[in-house]
Design a protein around this ligand. Structure first.
Ligand code: GRF
Length: 200
C-alpha cells in the first residue's frame, strides 16, 4: 500500500512507520511526507530516508479552503492508498475529505471520545484520569470524532507532568500506529456504522 504521511513536528510516529516499511513483508511504503511548516524534524526524517517531501503552508494561501484544496492536490500527486496524519496539527476539510475521506487516518494521544483537540495529554492529566492512551481513527469533518480503528491504554503516574505522560503515550502510539496501518495495508478495513473493523 502507498502511504502519504502528514506531519507537523518531531515525526516519531512517522519514523516508526518508515522503519516498519523497510521490511517488504510489512506491505506498505511511505511514498511521500507532507507538512504544514518548514524546518521540522519530521521532514528531516523523511529526507534521511530518501522519501520525497512537500510543505503546504496555510499562510501561502488566501483562505483555509484554498489551502485545503492545495493540500489535497499535493497529496493526490503521490496516488496514496492511505493517508496517515501523524502529529499533523491542522484540521483537513471538505476538499481534502472529498478526495481522501474514508482512507485518511489520524492518531490522537488520548482515548477518544475523551480529550479531543490539541492538548489531549494535558487535558487528561488535569482531569485526573488514571488511564489514558491513544486512538487511531478514520478522519471525518469533526475534531477527533472519526470512527475508531484501534486504541491503546496507558497508565497515568502520580509524578507525571504533561511531557512525561505524552512521552509514555507516544511509545504506545507508535506501536499502535505501526501495527494497525500494517494490518490495514495487508488485510484492509471497513466501517460499519460507528464501528471500525480491521481485516477483509
Ligand atoms: C503525537 O502524540 C500525536 O498524536 C500528537 O502529537 C504527537 C506528534 O508526535 N498530535 P510526532 O510528531 O509523531 O513525534
Amino acid at each position: 500500500a502507498r502511504l502519504v504521511v502528514l506531519v507537523s513536528g518531531s515525526g516519531t510516529n512517522l519514523q516508526a512507520l518508515l522503519d516498519a516499511c523497510a521490511d517488504p513483508a510489512y506491505g506498505a511504503t511511505v511514498v511521500a511526507v507532507g507538512a504544514d511548516r518548514e524546518g521540522i524534524e519530521g521532514l528531516a526524517r523523511a529526507e534521511r530516508a530518501g522519501v520525497p517531501t512537500f510543505v503546504t503552508r496555510v499562510g501561502d494561501f488566501g483562505s483555509r479552503e484554498e489551502w485545503d484544496a492545495a493540500l489535497a492536490e499535493q497529496v493526490a500527486a503521490y496516488e496514496p492508498d492511505l493517508v496517515v496524519l501523524a502529529g499533523f496539527m491542522k484540521l483537513v476539510g471538505g476538499a481534502f475529505l472529498a478526495s481522501f475521506g474514508g482512507r485518511t487516518v489520524n492518531t490522537h494521544p488520548a482515548l477518544s471520545p475523551s480529550f479531543p483537540g490539541m492538548h489531549g495529554p494535558r487535558d487528561a492529566l488535569e482531569y485526573g484520569v488514571k488511564v489514558t492512551g491513544c486512538t487511531l481513527f478514520v478522519v471525518d469533518e469533526g475534531v477527533d470524532t472519526g470512527v475508531i480503528l484501534a486504541q491503546s491504554a496507558v497508565p497515568v503516574e502520580d509524578a507525571d507532568d504533561v511531557d512525561a505522560l505524552h512521552e509514555r503515550i507516544k511509545v504506545a502510539e507508535r506501536t499502535m500506529l505501526v501495527e494497525t496501518v500494517g494490518r490495514m495495508a495487508r488485510e484492509g478495513f471497513r466501517v460499519e456504522g460507528r464501528r471500525g473493523i480491521l481485516g477483509a
